[in-house]
Each structure stands twice: as structure tokens, then as C-alpha cells.
Design a protein around this ligand. Structure first.
Ligand code: NIG
Ligand code: FE
Length: 399
């Protein structure tokens, strides 16, 4: 198809919009993008033309950090936090992630898919075309594998690209309560190897935190990832500074995520490693965190900033990428342009992908068409969805 008379945010490097622009798509691929007056019309005679009447086209949005597959909910803990309990108090008392682990272990693959689909659909309805999904609510062999299988199934049931991350090192399961090292060696690492053999793993993640694993335990998981040629990413410096960022940088992590308590030397390590910073304002908001990640330092060192929902039942029960973008501006003082790059070009970097995230010749035609004039309009409204069309791999899905 040939989309004409559109405003286009290509995310190709500059923030400039193409006014009266066109995008030519053949099959799943972008064949041409530019200003209409430069369009080599005879080259695209066969394509179905569409007049977009000045609507804005952006790359399809990429939610690069989610725990969207899980069973149950944690509304009760939400109430406990409103009454003064902290996220860490609840985790130490056996709630938190472990409460979702109990619910998730009790669900089969089909139940996990069914539970996740309404949340997935909420994101797709806001223009998401690629979504990362983590395991990490199984913490045993069978359930970790089932979560990843459910993630792959979602990619078959919906027009969306799914990227999986193995997060076996997410919390210490009750059966290993006083033996985190044994959990890493006897469960986490063997399950990672099995999941990889079943082609279920695109990247390996961990939670480096006082209430989870220390850097030396995560190191063993990352060494296994490296031996399997899998890229790594890490939840680091979310609640306290634990040194996870330095470790992740040693392994040239695709991304380091959360980062509220990260320091200047962590930022330089990330820059040297080429890692993206994944900012998760939904967790910051939900936990009423006060410490903002060092945004100016990321800017100064040119560390690409991605923004994601962190959709999970505890710290970020958020299924709106548009609201997440608004949070990133209001809570972290990102500009609307930075936020748009954060859910497109930079989110793509955080997943190690190269064929999406921008509107460029040769890239896959994953696009979002919005009934707005300018990207800032996408970000500033609260709770309004101006998506007019979503195009995944060249195919338009009516809304
Ligand atoms: O990204 N930080 C660790 N993991 C999730 C929270 C998961 C949960 O609370 O269920 C996060 O915030
Ligand atoms: Fe997370």
C-alpha cells in the first residue's frame, strides 16, 4: 500500500517531522519514505493508495519490558501499601512476587495465555507492535518453561512480535528460602539450558536486589547465557544500589532496567558497554518512589533511554503504554520527543533488534497511525487513545 498525505515521525535520528509525507509498503517491508513531492510515483503504480488526511504516522510502539504473563492479582497488597507497608516488607513476609508465583504455578499454559490476552489486547489497541515478555513467576522448571511457551503462543494468536526473556533469577522461591545459591545452580541454570534448547529464550534477565539475588549469583546465570550465546539484560538499582549495573556492563547487556539508585560511574559503564537504560515510570509511580533515575547523566553520556510499562501484578499493574509515556514526562522530565524515541528506536535497541523502531527503507512495516498533529499530543493527554490504525508487518488491523 501507499500511504499519502501523512505527517511522519520517522525516528530516523532527527526530531523533524515530514509534512505531507508518504510511505510505500510492499509485503511486510517499507520500500520508500519521504516527502510526497519526492515520491517516484511510477515506481509505485501498482500499490493501493490511501489518503491519510494529515494524520501522524510513527513506528509501531515497542514495549520492551513486561511481566504480562502471570496469574492472579495483588490488589490486596496495593491496599497494604496504601496503609503504609512497603514493597520490600511485603516481599520479606512471603507476599509480593512469591504470591504471584503461587498463582502462576497453579495455572496451565492455556490459562496463562487466556489471562494475558486482555492485557495484551489493551497494549495492541494503543499501537504496540512488539512486546517483550519475561518469565520469572514460576521459579521451578515446569512453570518457567510454561510461561515462555505461553509467550510464544501469544505471538501466534495475535498480530504482534513477541520477544522473550528468561527471568529465572527473579526471586528466591520458598523451597530454597535459605539457599539462593542452590536455587541458581540446581534450578535456574538447568532450566535456562532447557528453555534455550526448546528455542524459548531470546534474552536472559535477572533481578539484582536486596530482596532477590546478589551480583555474584546473577553472574553465574549470565555466564551460562554467554555460553549459550544469549544476550543479557538486568533489573538493577531499583530499590537500593547493589552493583548490578557494573555486572551487566561486563556482559555488554542489551539494557539495564529501573536504575533509580544508579550512580554516575554506572552510567559511564553502561555507555562503554553500549547498553540502553530502560526507564519504568509505572513502577516508580506505583511504589511512590522518590528517587528519580539520573536522566541528565544518561543524556550527557548519550546512553539511549527506553521507556516501558513493566506490566506486572505488583509494582506496575499498567497496561497502557500511552499513560506510561505521560508518566515518563511528568515523573522523569523526559521530553515528548525523548519518550517517543523511548518506545520506538531505543526500545528496539533494548531488545537487540535492528529491523524495526524507525520508518526507514528496508525495515519491517510496523506502524501506528494517530489522529493527532504532533507527537506531543500523544503524550500529554491522560487516558485518551487517538490511535486510528495499526499496521503490523505491512498488514493493517482495523480497530
Ligand atoms: O520489574 N523488580 C522486579 N520485578 C518486577 C516486579 C514484579 C512483581 O512485583 O511482581 C519489576 O518491578
Ligand atoms: Fe520488571
Amino acid at each position: 500500500m501507499l500511504l499519502r498525505n501523512a505527517r511522519i515521525a520517522t525516528l530516523g535520528g532527527s526530531d523533524e517531522l515530514i509534512d505531507r509525507g508518504a510511505v510505500a509498503i510492499r509485503g511486510a517491508v517499507i520500500e520508500w519514505v519521504g516527502a510526497e513531492h519526492d515520491l517516484p510515483t511510477d515506481q509505485f503504480n501498482g500499490l493501493a493508495e490511501r489518503d491519510l488526511q494529515g494524520k501522524l504516522i510513527t513506528p509501531g510502539l515497542v514495549d520492551c519490558h513486561t511481566h504480562i504473563i502471570h496469574a492472579g492479582n495483588r490488589a490486596r497488597e496495593f491496599e497494604m501499601r496504601l496503609n503504609g507497608a512497603s514493597y520490600e516488607d511485603i516481599a520479606r513476609a512471603g507476599g509480593g512476587i512469591l504470591s504471584t508465583v503461587a498463582a502462576t504455578r497453579a495455572a496451565d499454559v492455556d490459562a496463562l495465555v487466556q489471562a494475558a490476552l486482555p492485557r495484551i489486547d489493551a497494549l495492541l489497541s494503543e499501537g504496540v507492535t512488539t512486546l517483550e515478555i519475561k518469565s520469572g513467576y514460576g521459579l521451578d522448571r515446569d512453570t518457567e518453561l510454561n510461561m515462555l511457551r505461553a509467550a510464544r503462543l501469544i505471538g501466534e494468536r495475535r498480530h504482534v512480535q513477541i520477544r522473550t526473556s528468561f527471568l529465572g533469577a527473579h526471586a528466591i522461591p520458598p523451597d530454597y528460602r535459605h539457599n539462593a545459591d542452590a536455587y541458581i545452580d540446581d534450578v535456574c541454570i538447568p532450566t535456562l539450558k532447557e528453555a534455550h534448547a526448546e528455542k524459548l529464550v531470546d534474552a536472559v534477565d535477572g533481578f539484582c536486589e536486596g530482596i532477590a539475588f546478589n551480583a555474584e549469583q546473577i553472574r553465574r546465570v549470565f555466564e551460562t547465557a554467554a555460553s549459550l550465546n544469549l544476550p543479557v539484560k538486568l533489573h538493577a538499582e531499583q530499590l537500593t544500589h547493589q552493583g548490578g549495573t557494573q555486572l551487566a556492563s561486563e556482559f555488554a547487556a542489551l539494557s539495564v532496567d529501573h536504575l533509580e539508585y544508579c550512580r554516575d560511574d554506572d552510567v559511564t559503564a553502561m555507555r562503554n558497554a553500549g547498553s540502553a537504560a530502560v526507564l519504568l515510570p509505572g513502577a516508580f509511580y506505583t511504589l511512590q518512589e522518590k528517587q528519580v533515575p539520573p536522566i541528565d547523566c544518561f543524556r550527557e553520556h548519550g546512553v539511549p533511554m527506553a521507556v516501558a510499562t513493566d506490566c506486572n501484578p505488583g509494582s506496575s499493574p499498567l497496561t497502557s503504554i500511552l499513560l506510561c509515556m505521560n508518566f515518563a514526562c511528568i515523573l522523569f522530565q523526559l521530553t515528548p520527543q525523548e519518550v517517543l524515541a523511548g518506545v520506538t528506536r531505543n526500545a528496539t535497541k533494548a531488545l537487540g533488534l535492528h529491523d524495526i523502531g524507525q520508518i526507514q527503507t528496508g525495515m519491517r512495516a510496523d506502524l501506528a497511525v494517530w489522529d493527532v498533529e504532533h507527537p506531543a499530543e500523544l503524550v500529554y493527554r491522560i487516558g485518551f487513545n487517538p490511535l486510528s490504525e495499526r499496521i503490523f508487518a505491512g498488514e493493517s488491523s482495523a480497530l
